[in-house]
Design a protein around this ligand. Structure first.
Ligand SMILES: Nc1ncnc2c1ncn2[C@@H]1O[C@H](COP(=O)(O)OP(=O)(O)OP(=O)(O)O)[C@@H](O)[C@H]1O
Length: 614
């Protein structure tokens, strides 16, 4: 814990009015749970404080934030803070980014800027600062962005000769005189709205900031491969899925149904040789309780099937029956690295899970040569498809509400999985959390698929473009996915959150996605980091910033420093609560829901520390 910084933060918040509630509870770990606070890697110091739009009012109490001497990023933008620029901020010598824009600061700018010689971004726009621009500002020789627009600054513009400075905006002040030579290289619109002598022609622009280029979005081709495979393999696949299902169902139903017509028996014999490996008699499709698959062999004979995709664990098929109401997904596993007993034991645990945020496993099949799993078909596709499918082609954007529900549902589902026992001695872990394994349940909340597979299967490289499909989500300490830990799932969930926020898939560039977010967050180019599709929704910025912080907490490098899933659920549910606008999410009690769900057969619940934090 950063004890001294914690005291400084408490002194600050107790002495300033804030209309939005903050979860700065002294019992919560500052570095993991406190809204807006980011710590260094060993959690001894606070390095960033971001409280945009928290309804802060009045002046900043002296000798509070100035004690955060390791602070690098300070954002208090979009509040109603008044009073002078805090003199004691001169103690914040490590500041790299200072965002105080859109407040009600008055008085003159600090006279000696040289104390912040690490500063790269300075935004004091949209306040009521007056007086002149201090020449000492030109000593900030790391500055890349300076925005003093929309204040009441007077006097001449000093010589600001900073080679690193890329953006400058001094518009809408009362500056006079002529523009110094050192600033001639910037667009004249950067100085409009002043009373400068007519040495330069000033176009009537309102914002003069050089637009930050949007990161190029690569076309996402995730759907094309299954489509192509579907076409290429169509013929044989249709027969495979239909025949496989036919055959396995005939095993399971043959006895009950009192025999099969001749034609089907012939098929049965054929498949027995093909996939049963001669031991077909003892193998059958095992349906789980609650499975209402209303198909029979006739239907299956006519079923059309297509490849949905090839993953690291095998090939996934969609099998649609002719009645147009029954569609199932069959996953054909390869390289199962465990024996029949262990496989069946695991399937019983997974099949026993009944939770609204975990996709149900309907049935499985095991023989020496063939291992199949049967799931419901989700016709809207995975979260990966919803997020990245058909970008730029008039697709329906995935709205913020749904992204929040995906995050909350996925968190609850993972927490439930972690609360289930794989065996008497072992907690169940997912091991392969990623957007293509999350679907929407009937309430549009996230639901986790592929439970229990990672630990069973010897991973083999999936075909491109899926080759690195899991690696962008994989925690750095995981070398063998079969040995994933709960903390590794937390990491992968963090990547999923960042993906929901940025609209960017981590799958194409190994951990590049996260590194990208990290670098952008450091600069707090907020509008840049978030998915452009989200910019159209009003009043969600604070929620996005909060989700971003949770994501960042989950992807810290050291596994023991990541929050536990029980806390993640509360944090994600708390995003909306923090907004305090009465727009909650149902019971908003995923933890409690999970805890009170009946124990799945064959699995004991692991105790949880959920009561520790309320
Ligand atoms: N029940 C389902 N309903 C609809 N689509 C599904 C279902 N199960 C899987 N898919 C989709 O089929 C495709 C292939 O899935 P599969 O699980 O084989 O590979 P993956 O998720 O890409 O990788 P991995 O094998 O590592 O999980 C994915 O796009 C996935 O989202």
């Amino acid at each position: 814990e950063p004890y001294e910084d914690k005291e400084a933060l408490l002194d600050f918040i107790r002495n300033i009015h804030h209309s939005r509630s903050l979860n700065w509870d002294t019992n919560f770990p500052v570095c993991f749970l406190w809204t807006g606070v980011t710590c260094n890697s060993d959690n001894t110091r606070v390095v960033a404080l971001r409280l945009p739009g928290m309804g802060l009012r009045g002046s900043i109490p002296s000798n509070t934030l100035s004690r955060l001497s390791s602070l690098q990023i300070l954002s208090l933008r979009s509040n109603g803070i008044s009073g002078d620029f805090p003199q004691d901020f001169s103690n914040l010598r490590n500041l790299t980014s200072l965002y105080l824009q859109s407040n009600k600061f008055t008085g003159s700018l600090p006279s000696d800027f040289s104390v912040w010689n690490s500063l790269t971004v300075l935004d004091l726009s949209g306040n009521r600062f007056n007086g002149s621009i201090p020449p000492s500002i030109s000593s900030l020789n790391h500055l890349t962005s300076l925005n003093l627009s929309n204040n009441s600054l007077t006097g001449e513009i000093p010589d600001i000769n900073i080679p690193s400075l890329q953006q400058i905006n001094l518009t809408n002040n009362h500056l006079t005189g002529i523009l110094p030579n050192s600033l001639m290289r910037y667009p004249s619109s950067a100085f409009s709205g002043n009373e400068l002598s007519s040495q330069i022609a000033i176009p009537p622009a309102t914002s003069a900031e050089t637009p930050i280029p949007q990161p190029a979005r690569k076309p996402r081709g995730k759907l094309t491969e299954p489509a192509i495979l579907g076409i290429v393999l169509g013929g044989c696949v249709v027969s495979f899925a239909a025949i496989a299902l036919l055959m396995i169902c005939s095993y399971s139903r043959g006895k009950n149904d009192g025999g099969l017509p001749t034609t089907k028996t012939r098929l049965k014999k054929k498949k027995k040789k093909d996939i049963g490996g001669g031991d077909g008699k003892s193998n059958k499709l095992v349906f789980f309780e609650g499975c209402r698959l209303a198909f029979d062999l006739e239907d299956l004979l006519r079923a059309s099937a297509e490849v949905l995709g090839k993953g690291s664990y095998g090939t996934t098929y969609k099998a649609a029956l002719e009645d147009a109401t029954t569609t199932v997904v069959v996953k054909r596993l390869k390289e199962v690295g465990v024996g029949k007993k262990e496989f069946e034991g695991q399937m019983e645990v997974v099949g026993g899970i009944k939770h609204e945020n975990v996709c149900p496993l309907r049935a499985y099949y095991y023989s020496k040569d063939e291992k199949l799993m049967v799931y419901d078909f989700y016709d809207r596709g995975s979260v990966s498809v919803l997020l990245h499918g058909r970008r730029g082609e008039g697709r329906t954007a995935l709205d913020w509400e749904t992204r929040m529900r995906i995050a909350i549902g996925a968190a609850r589902g993972i927490f439930y999985i972690h609360s289930t026992r794989q065996s008497a001695a072992k907690q169940l872990v997912h091991g392969n959390i990623k957007a293509s394994n999350v679907f929407l349940n009937s309430d549009n909340y996230g639901s986790i698929n592929d439970v229990g597979l990672a630990t069973l299967i010897t991973p083999t490289p999936a075909p491109a473009p899926n080759r690195s499909a899991s690696s962008g989500y994989r925690a750095p300490e995981v070398t063998d996915p079969r040995k994933a830990t709960p903390a590794a799932d937390v990491y992968s969930f963090g990547v999923l959150l960042l993906e929901l926020l940025t609209g960017k898939s981590p799958t194409n560039s190994s951990s590049g996605g996260v590194r990208w977010v990290n670098s952008v967050v450091r600069e707090e180019w907020t509008a840049e980091v978030f998915d452009v599709e989200l910019l159209r929704y009003p009043n969600i910025e604070e929620e996005m910033v909060e989700m971003l912080q949770i994501g960042m907490n989950c992807v810290v490098r050291m596994p023991e420093q990541r929050p536990k899933m029980v806390d993640v659920v509360k944090m994600v549910e708390g995003i909306r609560r923090a907004g305090g606008e009465g727009r909650g999410f149902g019971s908003d009690s995923g933890v409690e829901v999970a805890m009170s769900t009946p124990t799945p057969p064959g699995s004991d619940r692991v105790g949880s520390s959920s009561s520790a934090i309320q």
